[in-house]
Write a protein that binds this ligand. Structure first.
Ligand SMILES: Cc1cc2nc3c(=O)[nH]c(=O)nc-3n(C[C@H](O)[C@H](O)[C@H](O)COP(=O)(O)O)c2cc1C
Length: 192
């Protein structure tokens, strides 16, 4: 992903056109990314996983509380469990589990907290960094969090929010019809 610091530096030194181009590149990346639902069995290397994790590490969270706990599922035995927990692993060789932790989450109002929002932003950073590295992903909510916790032995006080199979798209992978079906901005945006 384009470094925000770099883009800001470009603007500061008057290189507005360069910064604009960088921003357009990001929009292109965001537009081209799609939910991959057919993966090759080739695992993603640790150096690439580290970059994806770094993108999550720098994501904004409420007062920078960083309540995320991310599990990288990669053993054959645990991937088998993931496949039994969700029909939406799509042949991926590896999978992230995104949780937030009660220990670090920031409360919001009477009973709520920022955990789900924070974790979703972390996931989004990682999903887009993965796309920039040629790694396919699919954010998945179709699983039972309590079953997942039990099967994988996750501790009390950690809440799985989303899972995300990742890997290299198989040659037959393609975006679903929904990928490029957009509601018009006139419906989803209002100026006040
Ligand atoms: C919160 C959330 C939950 C999702 N859950 C699933 C899921 O359980 N299974 C699945 O195949 N895709 C899931 N998706 C992917 C969406 O279906 C997909 O992002 C949407 O249709 C737009 O397509 P695109 O990602 O290809 O642009 C989920 C996406 C989000 C943001």
């Amino acid at each position: 992903m384009v470094s925000i610091a770099f883009a800001a530096a470009m603007l500061a030194c008057g290189c507005a056109q360069t910064a604009k181009t960088m921003s357009t590149d990001f929009l292109q990346l965001a537009t081209d990314r799609y939910s991959v639902r057919s993966f090759s069995s080739t695992p993603v290397g640790q150096d690439v996983i580290d970059l994806i994790l770094r993108a999550g590490q720098v994501a904004p969270t409420a007062i920078n509380s960083q309540p995320q706990k991310i599990y990288v599922v990669r053993s054959a035995a645990n991937m088998e469990k993931m496949n039994s927990l969700s029909p939406c692993i799509y042949g991926a060789p590896q999978c992230f589990i995104f949780c937030y932790s009660d220990d670090t989450v920031v409360p919001r109002g009477k009973n709520g907290n920022y955990g789900e929002i924070d974790v979703t932003i972390v996931l989004t950073h990682m999903m887009l960094e993965a796309a920039s590295l040629g790694v396919g992903t699919c954010p998945v909510g179709y699983f039972d969090p309590e079953r997942l916790k039990a099967e994988l032995g996750l501790p009390e006080g950690e809440h799985p929010i989303l899972i995300m199979p990742f890997g290299y798209a198989s040659p037959d992978a393609k975006p679903s019809d929904r990928h490029s079906s957009y509601r018009p901005l006139t419906e989803t945006v209002a100026y006040l």
